[in-house]
Design a protein around this ligand. Sequence first.
Ligand code: FA5
Length: 357
Amino acid sequence: MSLAPFLAELDGLVADAGKAFASAADAAALEAARIEFLGAAKGRLKAVQKGLSTVSKEDKPAAGKRLNEVKAQLEADFEAAKARLASAGPATKTGPQFDPTLPGKPLRVGRLHPLSQTIDELKDIMGRLGFTVADGPEIEDEWHNFEALNIPGEHPARDPLENFYLSVAQGQVESRKSKDEGPDIRRSTFDVRPLLLRSQTSTVQIRVMERQPPPVRITSLGRVYRPDAADATHYPMFHQIEGLLVDRHVTMADLKSVLRMFATSYLGKDVHIRFRPSFFPFTEPSVEADMQWSDRWIEFGGAGMVDPNVLRAVGYDPEEVSGFAFGLGIERLCMRRHGITDIREFYKNDVRFLEQF
Ligand code: FA5
């Protein structure tokens, strides 16, 4: 045999073996390819090697050199394929192949708490009615929780048994903060102002009006705290939504329209609104707002025209502007909408309840 056909045979072998090793999908296929090409007895390399003896004497060194190169190449290709299968993990070596057509395992997806969902929805509704969201602290002083809201010192609503007062007073907090600033500061800033967990979101009315001149059109949603015993409709911590609109010529008719639009947006078109006379120190006149839903009248919160004393407390002129305010229980609204009969369900963290929303 002359050199050229011998070399061509070797080239063909390199190409075939390279493909076979590279495409072996598992250990069994790779072993079959190894036997076919590198097998000691009947391998194709062995067969080509036998042809070396027929190559002419002067071509033998070149033919032998190429044969050795091809042998090294085949062994390297085999080792590379072995490493590839090993790194693909045991399933490819022994077990069944990954089947992308099988259905996946469903993941347990979390969701927002029903009250968080309600709060988001109520913010949207109020936003569409032109109210922007305002926030205030949950730890309040007596000015914002009571005095500025026209609830004077002797008022029963300020009874320590009706509120969660904190054992740390504001003056003490300040004096501790400034302890390192010099010995006299502690005495000079000491001014005991009791703090409490806010009992209503009406505190935010004051905070907003103190900050900005009229007109005001805000809503505030958040946690409030009262030492009420927990039962089906009461919880010591619950959520309120507050609405406040102050401008020129605001009337009860505006209040009723806004509450009606609010209630129909949240509960549906067939909801009616009813006002019953009531009393709140910070509104005059004051009403309890009821809504009719599924043939029943349900109280959903308090409302009224902002008392002139409140407007004065924040520096507004009651001769110039008037306003309305309302405060509704968010749990009660959500319970109505979903037919929940016990407020305590919201706070049990029972996934069977929570995953229904
Ligand atoms: C107030 O808190 C007034 N700040 C509302 C207001 C705002 C009146 C602005 C006028 C102007 P009241 O105490 O009635 O009002 O509470 C309002 C609503 O909060 C109630 O109608 C009820 O839906 C809800 N609520 C009251 N106490 C609890 C409680 N312990 N658990 C759950 N919801 C409650």
